[in-house]
Design a protein around this ligand. Structure first.
Ligand SMILES: Nc1ncnc2c1ncn2[C@@H]1O[C@H](COP(=O)(O)OP(=O)(O)O)[C@@H](O)[C@H]1O
Ligand SMILES: CCCC(=O)OP(=O)(O)O
Length: 366
């Protein structure tokens, strides 16, 4: 008889915490806990949200009568770690330390591994992360920023981008490893990846001011003006960072990070909302064009995914700009919970070797 592995899956995003319970590949319970701006405003740093999000998860599971002692593993979404290859990683003290210290930056996904680790320790089982946001497969030329002191970094929705790309490859009778895709994930952050033969050879850094603006991030900015603002004395570095990631983009213009709300504002003839909506679509289209060029125009499909892809109006407008490049596939939402569960299962079944995370060595230049 087939062994049933029961997994708790935890996916903290910038605007939500998604949780699920899996019996092997089957989701037996799923819940999206949405966090609006006011709710998160009380927390200065992402790490400060730890207890708030963990308690919400435990309370939800408790209310559902879910018995945690039956779990075989907990799988969390991986956050900002050192750049690493894709795969399933065991959560260990080194990883938790890097996340706790926010050594590589702050993002809600940092909490995935940490919460998974705490729950798993109490149950004496393993915690894993799968394809964290720092999966790095950039080609050498994509790392060059134009300023030797600054290297471009790969920070994106790796988990969902790879999951949807594999799905579309199968649908097109291709393999992920032989196909070329432009994948555009539109969530709290927006990332557009150039997938070449199974590797994401270029992608905008979804956290640090690259690419299109998003519900809560500025994306690329005119750098001279940003410098002037930085030295104007109006903002501390911390405040400016928040204006770029967390309080930038749509929320800065319209006071909401919800594109559902923005769509309602437009229905109510709000002209500013319409301008911001149109501008966001325009910037995304330009980024898709750039990724298509990175693939030398050889694009098997453009894949639009993430929460915003649920909006037909948004998608119809975006497709008008990009339909000439390649066939467009719409996969609204994300497959992240399923992808996390599958990554955990591959390891539990011994189909994949679990990877160990080690602290980055510190090189001292002589
Ligand atoms: N039906 C919809 N129409 C338009 N926007 C939507 C819809 N559903 C979700 N969104 C928007 O998608 C964004 C969140 O996407 P999601 O992928 O869930 O985010 P994250 O994982 O980054 O927290 C929010 O701006 C939300 O308002
Ligand atoms: C850090 C890149 C991934 C990302 O932006 O996730 P969210 O959209 O969930 O914030």
């Amino acid at each position: 008889m087939e062994q049933i592995f029961r997994l708790l899956v935890i996916n903290p995003g910038s605007t939500s915490t998604k949780i699920a319970l899996y019996d092997n590949e089957k989701s037996v319970f799923e819940e999206t806990l949405r966090h609006d701006l006011d709710e998160l405003k009380q927390f200065n740093k992402v790490i400060d949200q730890y207890d708030f999000r963990k308690n919400m998860i435990l309370e939800t599971l408790h209310n559902q009568g879910i018995n945690l002692t039956k779990l075989n593993a907990v799988v969390g979404r991986g956050g900002l770690l050192k750049p690493i290859p894709g795969g399933t990683y065991l959560v260990n003290e080194h990883m938790v330390k890097d996340l706790k210290d926010a050594r590589y930056g702050e993002h809600a996904s940092n909490l995935g591994a940490m919460i998974a680790y705490e729950i798993s320790k109490q149950l004496n089982i393993a915690a894993y992360i799968v394809d964290p946001v720092v999966v790095d497969e950039l080609q050498a030329i994509a790392r060059i920023s134009g300023m030797p002191e600054i290297k471009r970094r790969s920070i994106f929705h790796a988990l969902n981008q790879k999951a949807v790309a594999r799905k579309v490859a199968t649908e097109l009778n291709l393999t992920y490893e032989s196909a070329n895709f432009v994948v555009c994930h539109m969530g709290g952050g927006i990332t557009v990846g150039a997938h070449h033969h199974g590797k994401v050879i270029d992608v905008n850094n979804g956290l640090d001011g690259e690419g299109p603006f998003s519900p809560e991030r500025t994306g690329s900015l005119p750098v001279g003006d940003l410098l002037s603002l930085g030295f104007s004395g109006q903002f501390t570095q911390e405040e400016l960072k928040k204006k770029i990631s967390g309080q930038g983009g749509v929320v800065a213009y319209l006071g909401t990070n919800s594109m559902v709300d923005v769509e309602k504002m437009i229905t109510n003839a709000n002209e500013k909302a319409k301008l911001v909506w149109d501008a966001m679509i325009y910037q995304i289209a330009k980024e898709i064009g750039a990724s298509s060029a990175a693939l030398k125009g050889k694009v098997d499909a453009i894949i639009l995914t993430g929460g915003i892809a649920y909006s037909k109006t948004f998608i119809d407008q975006l497709v008008e700009y990009i339909a000439w490049i390649a066939p467009v596939k719409i996969l609204p939402g994300e497959n992240e919970l399923q992808a996390l569960a599958e990554g955990g299962l591959r390891v539990l079944r011994g189909h994949e070797q679990v990877k160990e995370y080690a602290l980055e060595e510190v090189y001292v230049e002589s």
